[in-house]
Ligand binder design. Structure first.
Ligand SMILES: Nc1ncnc2c1ncn2[C@@H]1O[C@H](COP(=O)(O)OP(=O)(O)O)[C@@H](O)[C@H]1O
Ligand SMILES: [Mg+2]
Length: 518
């Protein structure tokens, strides 16, 4: 790094941000130097987004102050942040689908924005695109372009406003491995040209790969600030989680049995009546975990919904343990031993007015040992609920409080705990660890492995490639409603997986390895 690195472009001092009684940020100090990529690392809920939302003028800090380029500033809105040279790309993009790239870049520009000649706007976009290696098509409508390109549009939108500090909130969660690499190349070229970048992540590999320095947050507090070259993943994990991570676990080999699930030529539409599943065929044996990787929005939710009777199919057949369940209701499918935890666990599978313990036995109320004749066996229910609460680390004052008093992450754990503990034949999990803390993630993974040992067939749909790789026996990729090919875990090649996530079919990728399976 050059001497420039010593120029402090930003200093946040003693930042506290309270939401009611919760301190999302607690006396946080954060500094950013010119020309650096600064990783802001922490688990879900550590307070990363809150801290950056304070910087971007979306929240006012409860205490503390902010200095930008040496001057104390009170940042009351994103517009003021942008005026100070601070841009932010959020986890969820804020683009309007029916407008073009150029229109979106101009949207919200003060005054003259829309009256700028489009040609000159397009030229400036192309210049930025070239300068930083951000490939976009200015004339394309947002709905026509990939998620990766949408992200590049968000970045260009910030750069168009001449910011020199760019905040990226978990930017890689929507990208394929190749897109991640090209994003990292872009970030490195930006800092070479004098920008400064704050890169928010909970992924250790990424922060090691791209950052110059790292600040680690845990429970709203700074627990470390290190130069990337002086640290390693183990040390970072320790700081982030407060204990060492179980980096790899022995999943053991299980003799896969007969086909539990067979999907044949399934087609279905999405909620907007556009084709979401084009012609899906696959099968999963008992004792086997099939991982479906891919960027979200490529048919994953629709596939899970079709399998659980929540969505009508246009055609095809689903066989569960030899029985055709194509036309069965959700309840009938559940009764046959299918467990499902959807991506959106908040709206499905919980009755918020019921207690934690009642939610944990929702599907078992009327069976032994939880019922005694016509009555519920409260002590058995309590005993069972308390065990799940402790196993899954559900944070609740007691098992008797209404579920609605719990935080989102803890509600997710209730659904997972219930679904994974009922000895299902087939388990369908969609992004099962999204939003969970590391302890709970390890527990969910172990529970899936245990169910595999017991002979369940498991369909693991996940955008977390590491999760797919560490759990699956076979892996496939869903892209625009089609499967891109099937690979046994032992033969996985990350490069190829990445290409498949970008829409290349396995058999079209390379002729070298002829032994490749479909
Ligand atoms: N607007 C809000 N109202 C209440 N609580 C919030 C709000 N935003 C965040 N929180 C809480 O603050 C904590 C930190 O959240 P966040 O900054 O989003 O963490 P991270 O980005 O590190 O995952 C979490 O416990 C979260 O539930
Ligand atoms: Mg966040």
């Amino acid at each position: 790094m050059t001497a420039d690195t010593k120029l402090k472009v930003l200093e946040m001092k003693g930042i506290t941000k309270k939401f009611g009684d919760l301190s999302a940020n607690n006396n946080v100090d954060f500094e950013l130097f010119r020309g650096e990529i600064h990783g802001l690392l922490g688990e879900n809920g550590a307070g990363k987004s809150t801290l950056m939302n304070v910087l971007y003028g979306l929240y006012q800090p409860t205490h503390g102050d902010i200095h930008v380029k040496g001057k104390r500033e009170i940042i009351k809105s994103p517009l003021e942040a942008i005026d100070l040279g601070i841009g932010m790309v959020h986890q969820h993009f804020m683009l309007t689908q029916s407008h073009t790239v150029t229109e979106n870049v101009l949207l919200g520009l003060k005054s003259k924005g829309f009256f700028l000649p489009f040609d000159s706007a397009e030229k400036k976009i192309m210049d930025l695109s070239k300068k930083y290696g951000l490939q976009v098509n200015p004339k394309a409508k947002i709905w026509q372009i990939s998620v990766g390109e949408q992200q590049r549009v968000e970045i260009i939108k910030a750069l168009y406003r001449d910011v020199d500090i760019l905040i990226l909130d978990e930017p890689t969660s929507v990208l394929s491995p190749q897109e991640v690499n090209s994003l990292f190349a872009t970030l490195k070229s930006m800092v070479k040209q004098g920008l400064s970048i704050i890169f928010i992540t909970h992924k250790l590999d990424e922060v090691m790969q791209v950052s110059d320095r790292i600040t680690i947050l845990r429970d709203g507090k700074v627990v470390g600030n290190v130069k990337t070259s002086d640290t390693n993943k183990e040390e970072l994990a320790n700081m982030m989680v407060g204990r060492p991570l179980i980096t790899s676990f022995e999943k053991g080999s299980v003799e896969a049995t007969k086909n539990i699930l067979e999907i044949k030529n399934v087609r279905a539409n999405n909620d907007r009546n556009l084709i979401a599943l084009k012609d899906i065929s696959l099968d999963i044996k008992g004792g086997e975990i099939l991982g479906i990787a891919g960027v979200d929005g490529n048919g994953q939710s629709e596939l899970a919904e079709v399998l659980t009777g929540l969505r009508k199919m246009l055609g095809g057949k689903i066989i569960l343990d030899g029985k055709d369940i194509t036309k069965l209701s959700t309840q009938a499918i559940r009764n046959l031993g299918v467990a499902y935890t959807p991506e959106d666990r908040m709206n499905i599978g919980l009755i918020l007015e019921y207690s934690v313990s009642e939610n944990l036995v929702l599907d078992k109320f009327s069976s032994s040992p939880f019922s005694k004749g016509l009555f519920m066996n409260q002590s058995e229910i309590d005993k069972y609920a308390k065990k799940l609460v402790s196993d899954f680390g559900i944070r609740t004052p007691s098992v008797d409080v209404p579920a609605k008093q719990l935080s989102g992450g803890n509600l997710q754990k209730i659904v997972l705990a219930r679904e994974l503990s009922s000895n299902p034949k087939l388990i369908i999990v969609h992004n099962p660890t999204n939003g969970l803390d590391v302890g709970a993630i390890e527990y969910v993974h172990q529970t899936l492995i245990e169910n595999r040992k017991k002979g369940a067939a498991i369909l693991l749909i996940s955008t977390e490639l590491e999760e797919i790789l560490s759990l699956s026996d076979r892996i496939t990729v869903l892209y625009e409603g089609e499967l891109m090919g099937m690979v046994p875990r032992a033969e996985v090649d990350i490069e190829k997986l990445g290409l498949m996530m970008g829409g290349s079919k396995l058999d079209s990728i390379s002729g070298e390895s002829k032994g490749e399976q479909r």
